[in-house]
Ligand binder design. Sequence first.
Ligand code: SF4
Length: 327
Amino acid sequence: MNKDEKISYLEKNLDSLSERLKKCDICPRECGVNRFSGEVGYCGVGADLIVYTAFAHYGEEPAISGQNGSGAIFFSGCNLKCVYCQNHKFSHSQEGENLTEAQLATIMLCLQEKGAHNINLVTPTHYLVPIMRALLIAFKEGLVIPIIYNTSGYEKKEIIEIINDIIDIYLIDMKYMVSELSNMYSHARDYPVNNQKVIKLIYNKKPNVFNGALLEEGVVIRHLVLPSHFEETIRALSWVKENTPDVLLSLMFQYQPYFIKASSFQQIDRRVNVSEYNQIKDFLEDLKLKGWVQDLSPQEYLAGVHFDPEFSALLNRSNKDNRYEKD
Ligand code: SF4
């Protein structure tokens, strides 16, 4: 879809998408709460749009961050809430700033104006409706850079089908392959089945398109290797090879028990060790997949939260006058 088609598609479909928040079934939790009347479901979010921060992110995959950074917007709350979440400060809470959809649109336009290669919506699922409304405003005001849906992967296929034409790139997690683990660490027994359905859908609908070294359209599957769960990573890599062999894979070794809740689980209360790392790398090499692999570095450096003071200022500004202006 070109920009005008996206605008008319959103104008036609936003109201029916919005209706779903009255008995919320936006994600597989299907809480059924009326988010317009102050009720909140598992994600902890009602009708308000809460953003924690926004900045140029230089730590995403090279085809996403490029030279100028990815225009990352981090939303508060989450529909998954893993016990080891590195963003737990705002994903397990509603810490952040309440914004209007117009303010969010202005942030997107600011990021574009400052040279960001794309708009990177981080953990967007539970804010799908206000984000789409903000995109409608931003498209009308000149937003043209690719839109990235950066998700934990706990999604419903029917919802992704609705928004697929608006999204250019998916950065989608494949966190778990077996429901015992998804239940234990994320309270989502049905994560694997929903995650795999959605990944197959977007893989078939969104072939990778590059503009030079930058990804313009496509799918990146991210798998975070968990300590003590070597078999789970082998299952994930084997599934990718069998079902989505041409996808871009991002294999991440940055796990740390950042969040206090992880310490309740002895198996994940440490980093991935060298032996696990080497075994997984050996297995991966034989598969001949495309993408990126993190080193086992003491520093997280590829994906994750890195704060850029200049772009954080986009949010700080609103503390003073509660509005956003392009510089
Ligand atoms: S988006 Fe939130 S309220 Fe809606 S179904 Fe998912 S967790 Fe429940």
